[in-house]
Design a protein around this ligand. Structure first.
Ligand code: GLN
Length: 538
């Protein structure tokens, strides 16, 4: 077995405490001391991946370079660490059982009764070790989704117990993230739920080494001591995680609390270099002291749930910071836009993003919004479905194809400017069958996108089934409305631009998956810059 050290992060009391952010923040602090770190997430649900989940269920589906459809926490990991993740970084119960059952069918357990322990736990443990086995990492952080005590988490918790046994306590740390609720009527923070969840973890044979306490109010010294005593950890292992203005403050808060020190001490590791968070602090400084302010509209149909567009919102934060701009995102429900109200909904905006999406609901509203942006010189950025709708808008309103549509919305449409790829037509399974992951794209010289990227050839992540239908290349595009990015192997249209406009760009891929704190995405940067220019701010 390799020398890699393991950190396990479990959650107690309630979900949505931000295990992903705490894990990413710790990873950031370790990375800033020159450790090679990665994070993996184990999700206890039975879907093989979150690709088939409605965004209302589980927020955005994040996509990696190798085409894995994953939990949105992987987005946080990449944004914090600027290190790519892969299929191995996200495992679900569905995927674990799928492998075990396939092995059973192949006869690999011949003669044996296949059981949760050891067969399912062995499969989980094998996957927990995969990234460490690459030899690329000093430390692997493993986040266990869900809450301790849930029925579906049990095989994971049992696997963590066995991993600690296999690897030795000096090579492992268990961090338990819990909630310290504040009872307004009593005017008190309460520790009992945390005591109970630590006890539940102990019943499964795991004693937490560190308790990270989510809280709305400062923990007093007394309360910290009480928690340490009842939860069987050292006083310095009680880490407060107080509500902050931005998730990007969490690494600094964890540093103040000494989380990295306690972890390194427990793992018998010395920092490989003095902690260096210079560029992180530079980003935070710009983010918190903006010179300008912009209102950017985000048109989508899942706007009620902010997590649905997580990566887009974070990309705007990164691009805003480099442009020293505070971005107020105005969420606009695409189903609420019509010809009569579009001006009143969009006229005060400095830029417009039309979001990715699936299915017919809300698409006419998107097309009307795009029309408004095109005619009124409002900087426009269309992402995936947003790009497809920009093509349909132009085809209908400028190229004269009033019946233009996507066969996703109208399978019998007579002018299918957006259509299924030939290779997609025979596919019936929904899971994992879209055009996924990284694909190359060549940019046209002199285009806005070439200017933004500063190179001629790029690679971006995709997640879609439909494409621009190249039968309409000469019919829809003209001297103003141009294809400025194409896949070099297939000739598929990846980027469209309206050059008779300050900034009107549609991309078939998802640039938001590749924006990080240290490398804000070039297209988001350029879009924010164009929006500032529209407001005469640059
Ligand atoms: N529904 C469209 C397609 O499948 C766009 C997908 C997306 O926006 N991610 O092609």
């Amino acid at each position: 077995m390799s020398n890699t050290k393991y950190i396990f992060v479990t959650g107690g009391v309630t979900s949505s405490l931000g295990k992903g952010i705490v894990a990413a923040s710790l990873a950031k602090l370790l990375q800033a001391q020159n450790f090679k770190v990665t994070i993996q997430k184990f999700d206890p649900y039975i879907n093989v991946d979150p690709g088939t989940l409605n965004p209302y269920e589980h927020g955005e589906c994040y996509v990696t370079d190798d085409g894995a459809e994953t939990d949105l926490d992987l987005g946080h990991y990449e944004r914090f660490l600027n290190v790519s993740t892969s299929q191995a970084n996200n495992v679900t119960t569905g995927r674990v059982y799928q492998s075990v059952i396939e092995k059973e069918r192949r006869g690999e357990f011949l003669g044996k009764t296949v059981q949760v322990i050891p067969h399912v736990t062995n499969e989980i443990k094998k996957r927990m070790c995969l990234l460490a086995e690459t030899g690329d990492y000093d430390i692997v952080i493993t986040e266990i989704g869900g809450t301790v005590g849930d029925i579906e988490s049990l095989p994971y918790i049992e696997s963590v117990r066995q991993m600690i046994w296999d690897l030795g306590r000096e090579n492992t740390v268990v961090i338990h993230l819990t909630l310290i609720p504040y009872l307004a009527a009593a005017g008190e923070l309460k520790t009992k739920p945390t005591q109970h969840s630590v006890k539940t973890l102990m019943e499964s044979g795991i004693s937490a080494d560190i308790i990270v306490c989510r809280t709305e109010y400062e923990l007093t010294e007394d309360l910290r001591e009480k928690l340490a005593l009842f939860c069987n950890v050292k006083r310095e292992a009680i880490i407060q995680s107080i509500d902050v203005e931005t998730i990007y403050d969490v690494p600094l808060k964890m540093l103040e609390e000494g989380l990295d020190k306690v972890v390194l001490g427990k793992l018998h590791l010395e920092p490989k270099q003095p902690l260096n968070l210079e560029s992180w602090n530079e980003f935070l400084n710009k983010f918190k002291n903006p010179k300008y302010n912009l209102k950017i509209g985000l048109v989508g149909k899942y706007v009620e749930l902010q997590d649905s567009y997580k990566s887009i919102l974070e990309s705007l934060i990164h691009a805003g910071a480099v442009n020293e701009t505070q971005i107020d995102v105005v969420s606009i429900h695409s189903e609420h836009i019509d010809k009569n109200n579009v001006a009143s909904k969009l006229e005060f905006l400095d830029g417009l993003i039309v979001a990715p999406g699936f299915g017919e609901r809300g698409i006419e509203g998107k097309i009307i919004a795009i029309s408004y942006a095109r005619i009124n010189n409002l900087p426009f950025f269309g992402i995936c479905l947003g790009m497809q709708m920009a093509v349909i808008e132009y085809a209908r309103n400028k190229a004269g194809f009033t019946k233009a549509n996507s066969t996703e919305m109208d399978p019998n449409c007579s002018v299918p400017v957006i259509d299924l790829m030939e290779s997609q037509k025979s596919i019936t399974n929904k899971g994992g069958t879209m055009r996924l992951g990284s694909w190359d794209c060549d940019l046209v010289s002199g285009s806005k996108v070439e200017d933004a990227y500063g190179v001629k050839s790029i690679s971006e992540r995709h997640r879609h089934r439909y494409e621009f239908n190249n039968d309409f290349l000469d019919k829809v595009f003209d001297e103003n409305f141009k294809v400025t990015g194409t896949n070099p192997e297939t000739g598929l249209v990846e980027i469209i631009e309206n050059q008779n406009h300050p900034w009107f760009v549609g991309v078939q891929f998802h640039p938001e998956y590749k924006s990080t704190v240290s490398k804000p995405h070039p297209l988001f940067r350029a879009f924010v810059k164009a929006s500032l220019a529209k407001k005469n701010l640059t």
